[in-house]
Design a protein. Structure first.
Length: 282
């Protein structure tokens, strides 16, 4: 990937961070830490990887599908969808408002570009497995991607879905673990250890790729490698930083679901805008 393209993707990601921060601040509610850890992956998906997505025809049957299993991180997904053109950027100001279609968890019947509604954690991979299996039965060419949180994969339903995907050799399915190692109650190591994480997925019949989840080239390469790999579903373990992009939020579990207000908001926004201006040469 050319460095100009990397810079373009990073610029989009930081615009999304600013928009997500603004939306959470206005709503005084939302999950900034996990949104910022996953936004670079979403940027590569929607601006480099997903095929046949059409803002004028969001339900295009030929499109690649995406499931945000860590469904509370809509402060990352909504800005990306808006920047991609699915709905006006201005609508982000209504985030989490009672009369808004942009609820805290994405709803497929209300938000253009959302392929699966999100709710309780642990359910998204099952839905993605169903989509991928349907694609195999229909001999369709679309691929399915699902992003999970690391705390989320402590749920048993994740591993039932993992077994199913392995059994049916769903090589049109790509899972991504947003591995920032923090969840609402502390570190994943303290709450429920996940290691050896790669070995666990492999034992369930998955091909595993481990990457830096903030390196745009590595993310894109991993998605391409997953498409090239045949006979197994692929799990991408993306090593990320919770709160990525704001110095005092990074690796700080307090920002899991704490909305930035007052000086915290002002300072966080200033950091993001400063980096964005640097990217844009301002």
């Amino acid at each position: 990937m050319e460095q100009s393209r990397v810079k373009e993707l990073e610029t989009i990601a930081y615009k999304a961070r600013v928009l997500g921060l603004d939306a959470i601040n206005k709503a005084a509610s939302g999950h900034v830490g996990g949104a910022f850890s996953v936004v670079d992956i979403l940027t590569v998906l929607y601006f480099n990887t997903l095929r046949n997505i059409d803002v004028n025809n969001p339900k295009n049957p030929a499109r690649d599908r995406f499931v945000l299993s860590k469904g509370h991180c809509t402060a990352a997904l909504y800005p990306i969808l808006a920047l991609r053109g699915f709905f006006p950027v201005e609508d982000l100001a209504t985030f989490r408002q009672i009369d808004s279609y942009l609820s805290g968890h994405a709803e497929m019947n209300h938000v253009p570009g959302v392929d699966m509604s999100a709710g309780s954690l642990g359910q998204g991979l099952s839905n993605a497995v169903g989509m991928a299996l349907a694609g195999k039965i229909d001999r369709a060419k679309y691929r399915v991607y699902a992003i999970m949180g690391d705390g989320e994969i402590q749920e048993g339903q994740i591993w039932e879905a993992a077994m199913c995907a392995g059994k049916y050799k769903l090589d049109n399915l790509v899972g991504i673990v947003d591995y920032n190692r923090l969840q609402i109650d502390g570190t994943t190591a303290e709450v429920m250890p996940l290691e050896p994480l790669a070995d666990r997925w492999e034992s369930f019949g998955w091909h595993v790729i481990e990457i830096d989840g903030h390196n745009y080239e590595r993310i894109a390469e991993a998605f391409q490698a997953a498409e090239n790999y045949k006979g197994k579903p692929t799990m991408i373990i993306a090593n990320t930083v919770k709160g990525k992009g704001v110095s005092f939020m990074e690796n700080n579990v307090e920002w899991h679901g704490h909305p930035p207000m007052g000086d915290d908001y002002v300072n966080a926004r200033a950091e993001l805008v400063a980096h964005l201006n640097e990217l844009e040469g301002k």
